[in-house]
Write a protein of this length. Structure first.
Length: 469
């Protein structure tokens, strides 16, 4: 019998380790300056870290497997801040606040804001290799649909689901690649087999996929599942565009779905611009010396300017000139025409992706810059000018408009970004259609937390150089 208790314990231990690490690091940093600090005083309040576990649980961070990453980041930040606020208030009420260093308390809080999500990420990567990891899940739906979901969850166990069975209404023989349960067609027999299946598993979640099923089949399956399972994840038909920001609402006593396009809201656009400027100013002291150093390297590597300005499409479909480090030889245009004329396979690749994986036009320094996405750094200038955002859709050229199709009208309603979902989702390893879908999802679901999540993931994605060429 599989349960979710070992996974819950692993997540709780990871959170406690993250909090303890934050406190120890803050304490160590404080002791570098002369001060009278008694270690035993701080040892007494360490048990208060256990208070964070029920606080995280209240905000649904256990198991937290169906919460989007930006929302998890938001809740974890809220819960961690409330926990340290509680500790500070408790020390103040106990009239012993003067014994404790405010620098250590505030430092522990600041470090924990980063360590908790980071430890969670590594815990998921580490423990997902074990058979006990994940929330036991039974997938219901059409055979072709549940086969896709089953394989996806089986090969992405870090997401937190442990698929133990797949069930269908269709009278299809069992498949040897997973535990397949064929359900009878009569409602009474379905419910009987559901109950038997539920008894075999403890603390299980039912995942119901509605695709490729008639209304009658959907109603029959949904009725059987709701009668026997307390935890249900409902996947609506793919015809419903889930790239929109969706929230459950009530209208005239009926269930309703509230749809939003967040970055088409003027208030959120102004908020995003304020966040861009704030973060750009904070990053400038770090980026400016790096930009100057790379500029010198580019100039020494090959003849030509260190910077390169390229025309792209920005807000409203207007042309903008974006700044990059030059990564190609001066005569790259002439070289490209010759390559496309002489090598049909490269011409096909160019027409498909607007890129060449092994592009002979790229300089030695350019290959290094592209591998780690350092050629994009000068676009901080565009952020200050206001024609780009730190995070947003990938800027495109006019020739790419047909590939966006109907989605182009949505794309030009926001500013392109220096980084974005595409850059942290595999870059050129992702199909163009998936790239368009990522842009649509970002525009609909934008939040400050989503931007922070993408910015945090940008550096590791750049270091891995996945899909970068």
């Amino acid at each position: 019998m599989r349960t979710f208790r070992p996974t819950l314990l692993a997540l709780a231990l990871a959170d406690l380790a993250a909090l303890l690490t934050a406190c120890m690091l803050a304490y160590t940093l404080r002791t570098m300056w002369p001060a009278h600090i008694v270690p035993s005083v701080y040892m007494r309040i360490l048990p208060l870290l256990f208070f964070f576990i029920p606080l995280y649980a209240v905000l649904s961070l256990y198991p937290g497997i169906i919460i989007p990453r930006p929302e998890f980041l938001k809740r974890a930040t809220t819960a961690t801040s409330l926990g340290f606020l509680f500790i500070g208030a408790l020390l103040l009420v106990s009239q012993r606040a003067e014994v404790y260093s405010r620098v250590i308390l505030v430092g522990s809080w600041c470090i924990a804001l980063f360590s908790v999500p980071l430890f969670r990420y590594f815990a998921e990567k580490l423990f997902s290799r074990f058979s006990w990891w994940g929330y036991p899940a039974i997938i219901f739906g059409h055979p072709n649909v549940i086969k896709h979901y089953y394989k996806h969850l089986l090969h992405n166990k870090q997401k937190g689901f442990n698929p133990v069975a797949a069930c269908t209404l269709a009278e299809t023989p069992g498949k040897n690649w997973f535990e397949f349960v064929t359900l009878a067609t009569s409602p009474k027999e379905i419910k009987k087999q559901m109950r038997e299946l539920k008894k075999q598993r403890s603390d299980v979640i039912a995942i119901v996929a509605m695709d490729k099923m008639s209304a009658a089949q959907q109603q029959k399956l949904f009725s059987a599942v709701t009668d026997n399972f307390s935890k249900i994840l409902l996947l609506p038909e793919s015809a419903f565009n889930m790239r929109l920001s969706v929230r459950v609402a009530s209208f005239c006593g009926q269930l309703a779905l509230s749809l939003r396009q967040n970055l088409l809201d003027p208030y959120r656009v102004r908020m995003k611009r304020a966040v861009d400027l704030l973060l750009a100013v904070m990053l400038l002291p770090v980026l400016l010396p790096l930009i100057l150093c790379i500029y010198v390297i580019v100039r020494l590597d090959s003849p030509g300017s260190g910077f390169y300005r390229h025309t792209r499409l920005g807000y409203g479909g207007r042309e903008i000139r974006i700044w990059k480090f030059r990564t190609m030889y001066k005569n790259s245009g002439e070289m490209l025409r010759k390559i496309l004329e002489e090598k049909p396979e490269m011409r096909e690749e160019w027409e498909r992706d607007q890129k060449l994986k092994n592009d002979p036009r790229i300089t030695r320094a350019g290959r290094f810059l592209r591998k780690f996405s350092l050629d994009e750094l000068p676009q901080i200038i565009n952020v200050f000018w206001g024609n780009m955002s730190l995070v947003g859709p990938r800027p495109i050229i006019a020739q790419e408009i047909p590939r966006y199709g109907a989605s182009y009208s949505t794309y030009i309603k926001v500013k392109p970004g220096v980084t974005g979902l595409w850059q942290v989702s595999g870059r050129n390893n992702v199909s163009y259609a998936a790239r368009v879908a990522l842009d649509e999802y970002y525009i609909a679901n934008w939040s400050v937390w989503l931007d922070i999540y993408i910015l945090v993931r940008t550096a590791p994605a750049a270091l891995r150089s996945e899909g970068a060429y």
